[in-house]
Design a protein around this ligand. Structure first.
Ligand code: UD1
Length: 424
């Protein structure tokens, strides 16, 4: 069990930070390495618990891997098993997409239903329907999906709604073979584009990544190569919000501002000074920001993964802000905890009214990764001491959190998040 994190709040964060690589780009790319017999090297992979959990699953399926600092070498000359068991899949929803890779490479796969999560149901029906539409036979029994393809996946998939994981699932399933697959209403997230770039490096032909219509032409066999993952726009956004919540100043190096339009425009309109270059973002907070409303939605809209962090930030801004999450309408587990710090929040018909004011320290708990990000932001802004429990969730998504906060001048105590501790 992770030790609680203790934050002495009320100090404006100031300094410079280099953005870490994107967890949500790294995960599908790691799974994508299953598609080829050749070695793959990924540069600058985040050392996060979710990555370790996925590596455990890949090793179970036949991948050999080795870390060299933050560089990860992966090699899957043979798939030795086509079953992804519950113990491994249930730890992290993202691992469900190994099904697509197993189907592509071995023609069959068996994967348990991924576990639920703290902020509401997250079904996989769109993944299953999409694969069936491409001719894959899938049976479900006692929470396990068994999939088999007779020929190669072929045709068109029309998603009822854009789904990041569903789009990745189809990209994986379609990466090998002589056929062509078109995805209509594909997810547009930068992580999808990064994944497509990685698959293209292996030899898959992809057109339209980052648009609503993407075409994937499989290859007979794929090569290997070396790839660098994009910076994490969610981590970057969380730090910007932490700095703005404490009315500080930061230079985020390695950030990609074009991936962060929705957040940057909100911060600018609130009165903060935001200056960007091709690979950096500078934020200088105003002492008196304006409140704003947020509708979290699919990219390029405001990211749902920044909805808890932005709610924490808005709790420090005098006035009323309305927050809705159109991707996960019940993603509000952070609300009760923010209230403990003195925030006034009213949730009615899935619209959260945030009445911003000064916060004060208390004992609170993180229930999921980004809800944990929200706790940290609120604690940094609150006067006095806050003790945050449930830090094992936060360690899934924020690498070296304590050290990075200290680098910005935050007063933080507690054991650093270590992978071996975080794995519960
Ligand atoms: C990914 C991200 C997650 C982010 C989410 C939305 C990773 C590892 N995780 O999750 O951090 O919060 O995108 O940006 O990249 N849905 C269905 N049926 C399905 C699949 C999805 O109803 O089969 C619904 C979901 O419940 C949700 C919406 O579609 O309401 C979007 O989910 P999706 O884009 O699939 O999220 P993930 O890929 O799981």
């Amino acid at each position: 069990m992770q030790q609680p994190l203790i934050i002495q709040g009320g100090t404006p964060l100031r300094g410079e930070l280099r953005v870490n690589p994107a967890k949500n780009a790294a995960l599908p790319i790691l799974v994508g390495s299953l598609l080829t017999r050749e070695p793959v090297t990924l540069e600058e992979v985040p050392r996060l618990r979710d990555i370790e959990v996925l590596l455990e699953l890949l090793a179970h399926l036949g991948t050999r891997y080795a870390w060299e600092g933050r560089t990860l070498h992966l090699h899957t000359p043979e798939i030795t098993r086509t079953q992804a068991p519950y113990e491994l899949v249930s730890k992290m929803r993202a691992s469900f997409i190994v099904l697509g890779a197993l189907l592509a490479r071995e023609g069959e796969g068996e994967v348990s239903m991924p576990g639920g999560c703290a902020f509401g149901p997250r079904p996989v029906d769109l993944h299953i329907k999409a694969l069936r539409d491409l001719g894959v036979e899938i049976h479900e029994e006692s929470g396990t999906f068994t999939a088999r393809r007779a020929g190669w996946p072929e045709g068109e998939v029309v998603f009822d709604r854009p789904t990041v994981g569903g789009t990745e699932q189809v990209m994986l399933a379609a990466a090998l073979g002589p056929t062509e697959v078109t995805i209509v209403n594909a997810a547009l997230e930068p992580e999808i584009v990064d994944f497509a770039n990685f698959l293209q490096m292996l030899g898959v032909q992809i057109e339209g990544a980052g648009t609503a219509k993407m075409t994937i032409r499989g290859a007979d066999a794929l090569g290997g190569g070396r790839y660098r993952i994009i910076p994490d726009r969610i981590e970057a956004g969380t730090y910007l919000l932490a700095v703005a919540a404490t009315r500080g100043e930061v230079l985020l190096e390695g950030a990609r501002p074009e991936h962060m339009d929705a957040l940057l425009s909100k911060l600018k309109n609130a009165g903060h000074t935001v200056v960007t270059g091709t690979d950096w973002v500078r934020l200088k907070s105003t002492a008196n920001p304006e409140p704003f409303d947020v509708d979290a939605r699919e990219y390029p809209g405001f990211p749902t993964d920044l909805q808890p962090p932005v709610t924490a930030y808005l709790a420090t801004v005098p006035g009323v802000s309305l927050v809705r999450d159109l991707v996960y309408p019940d993603r509000f587990t952070h609300v009760g905890e923010l209230a403990r710090l003195g925030a006034e929040l009213h949730l009615k018909e899935r619209v959260l009214a945030v009445h911003g004011r000064g916060l004060t320290g208390a004992r609170i708990k993180a229930f999921d990764i980004r809800g944990g990000g929200a706790m940290v932001i609120a604690a940094l802004a609150a006067e006095g001491e806050t003790v945050i429990e449930g830090m094992q969730h936060v360690g899934r998504g924020y690498e070296d959190l304590e050290d990075r906060l200290r680098q910005l001048g935050a007063v933080v105590y507690g054991e650093p998040v270590r992978l071996e501790q975080a794995a519960d």
